[in-house]
Ligand binder design. Sequence first.
Ligand code: A3P
Length: 294
Amino acid sequence: MKVFGGSAFWLEGMLSVQDYFKPQPNQVIVGSTLKSGTTWLKALTFAIMTRSHVGESTNPLLTRLPHDCVPFIEVELCSSPQKLNLEVPLVATHIPYTSLPKSIINSSCKIVYICRDPKDVFVSLWHFRHKMNPKDMEDHPLEDAFECFCQGLTPCGPYWDHLLGYWRASLESPEKILFLKYENLKNETTYWVKKMAQFMGYPFSLEEEHRGVVQKIIDLCSFENLSSLKVNKSGIVRLEIGITQVGVNTLELKNNAFFRKGMVGDWKNLLTPEMAMRLDQITEQKLIGSGLTL
Ligand code: A3P
């Protein structure tokens, strides 16, 4: 059975990260698996980190896709080990916790991880794949893709293992890993954005709070705002996904593929009650005894 939504370049990138990646001591890493809210979290962490030296009207998030502001280490290092040249000490990764290099695990850098209801993750991945490659529909009918997801045949490994790796590490080292849920970030955005800023070492001062800086960041990074920006509506991102004998392999994606609905519970529009129940049962079994609920 094929991996749903997958390609070897994630694996190549992960190996490059293990060989070459050396984090800066004050680096913050955005961790997630596919379609869990990475784009949103990249935007929020970037806006939090750069707020003291970037003007409101000149914020790069207004003219660049959040993925261009905060690179994935496995994508950047896959095409060129020397390439990671950062404007701000902020990077992202989809690599499972257990496969992170020791250079990260033993470093003082902090990880902000986001997870999401797997039913919404699967549905989001399904739509994303079809935007990337409509031919996928033929290769992967819904039932087939669903079976792959349930069996853990997805690019960053089984969904539940991914989040449990970071969850357990966050319990062991809460000062190093902040574990977020997409649904909580949606429902209590202000609380979690402040918590994130504090955790990252960029807390909001009272004066900033009074000036409405927290709300401005939330508004800048909201689904409604980001998805309506010209760059995110019509731009294109070219990912260098590996080097072959004939040159660099690139993958072209429309930026709007990263902004679909941004809702909690959209799975109801695609999954049958049986499919939803199956995913809920797997989630319950996998998370049993972990203290984590979704
Ligand atoms: P849907 O497909 O359910 O709409 P990732 O960024 O990890 O690829 O996840 C993509 C999901 O996050 C998509 O979910 C997308 O619409 C949603 N998303 C993107 N930007 C967002 C934002 N600013 N706020 C909330 N959700 C957002």
